[in-house]
Ligand binder design. Sequence first.
Ligand code: NAP
Length: 637
Amino acid sequence: MRNPHAGEPFELSDAVIARHLEDLSVPALLLSCVHLGETEEERRAILDGPLRPQGIYLNEYQGFMSAEDQAAARELALGVIARWRDRGCPEPDPVPPAMLEQMMDWAACEDVGADYVPMMLEEMGLDGRDQRAVEATSGAADYPVVVIGCGMSGLLAAIRLQEAGFPYVVVEKNAGPGGTWFENTYPGARVDVGSHFYCYSFEPADHWTEFFARQPELAAYFERVMDKHDVRRHVRFSTEATGATWDETTATWTVHLEGAEDLVARAVVCAVGQLNRPSVPDVPGSFDGPSFHTARWDHDVDLDGKDVVMVGAGATGFQVAPTIADRVRSLTVIQRTAQWMFPNPGYHDETGPGVGWAIRHLPFYGRWFRFLIFFPGCDTGLLAAKVDPDWEPQHQSVSEINEMVRVMFTEWITSQVDHDPELVAKVVPPYPPTGKRTLQDNGSWLRCLTRDNVELVRAGVDRLEVDGVVDTDGTKHPADVVVWATGFHVNDLLLPLRVVGRDGVDLRESWGTRPRAHLGVTVAGFPNLFLLYGPSTNLASGGSIILASECEVAYAMSCLTMLATSGKQTIEPTQAAYDEWYQRVQDEVRTMVWASPHIEHNFYKNADGEVHILNPFRLVDYWAWTREADPADHVLA
Ligand code: NAP
């Protein structure tokens, strides 16, 4: 069978191909041409030639190549591709492993490092195999599993359980799959990780119409993947799980459902997400008009010509405001803390027809494009997030690299609004960069704030009145509609599920304000329970949460495989492994900017100022640790 990434044959004219090439990333295009070389010399001629990227940077798809070099590279590629077309588009011979490593170094403009190569190869699956697929597991049929949630992680778990042969049911409170991408339909909702990377490694997508897809395309993607993998018939939509209780005598979990019969299973995968339960601050007073949280957007409320007050502006509000500003009469944004933003001029760019065509037809183009998005954003962000205790002043930046980032971000912000010193004073954050989630910016946010009908208020909310919102400076902002862009109950993991494990222990009660799980997935005293996107798995400085989920699911499946093949009843982490992981996470996370006492408000911290939701380690390490469960860290009984 032809390698699915090797390109479907085509018969386009040179002129049409040339038009498609205009839409492409030149480094990824040249790497595709390396695959097309018929001899080692032809391949080397490209890799050793003068047309090459000059640097790698997040969302910089052209590798800083000059316009002349890009044009010359496209011309070279057109010749290679046309000759391949004329030969009937045969499947290219595999590139030897040593050359693949050189191709990575070429794309990265640096030695990618021996530890990254296997992860990147697995992620890209250049041999056409889904290298994270799970083999049929003997004994799996005896271990029915309930998956709670059919968002990105729950769907992934379902696909892997199906591959392995575990009987499973997914319960999902919503009427469709996709979780956050099903629920967040607010105007302007789009992903801020490049779409060609923000998709499952084994289900790359050639159909994204924008480089950072909007919510409807994402929701459609998860529907499509669900159907392609024949998961739908296992999902009970509009069915909410309220909790799960472990029965030691039968070694089963009973999953309790709202308004439906309990389900009984040998294992539970809990995939309810971290950004799932909207948080609306409890402020006194009441407002008489329409009012809703962004994750519960009321599309029946017409905003045209209305006075709108939006409270909060993190990642969500940042997308909402520019999208609605030209429809409303006035928009008041009450934003307690300014946000750092990352320059990404192409944030709203369309892909053009060439990108989809290239992913379908040019061997491995999509795979190398994924590499170009993934590698520069993988772990380098951690360097800027690490606190140097000797660095001063800590309230401004936490290390030399962090200071460089602060200067760069500050220049990006001020360059857009330097004509308005009052606004500059409001929008340049007074805390170290990357301490809160950094937002992608193409200028739309600050452009929106300079509109005559938009006002940015740097304050909190004091109270509601029937016809407006009063801020903490005492100013009243009249409103026809109030929008709460105030985020989620991120630190109340699993809320409102009641999960009761061995000896009647309630999981959320036992955690208190300190949720934890071994590798973010398994919990001592809660056998056969697997959390996805659980404690210490969120990413604050790069990568994609889909990759993190693929790691977590690999680890969970490895545990389940160990269980099923052993024929035993239960698997759980040893107390020692569980405690050691927690300590290791806490020791590391305390050294990161997210825990800085100079950041007053930050959803990464719990009420005690501690961070329990973030993964402070390199993704490449987390990937290595989760590939296979270590039997020494587990108790099988
Ligand atoms: P968020 O980043 O937590 O922002 C919440 C906003 O509400 C902040 O401005 C916050 O102010 C404010 N706020 C919270 N409580 C408040 C209170 N009591 N009084 C006044 N203001 C208050 O929430 P979000 O914007 O919904 O984003 C959450 C996460 O969702 C993101 O970090 C990201 O992971 C994900 N997300 C991703 C995308 C994307 O991929 N494009 C888009 C949207 C969301 P402070 O800053 O002062 O706390």
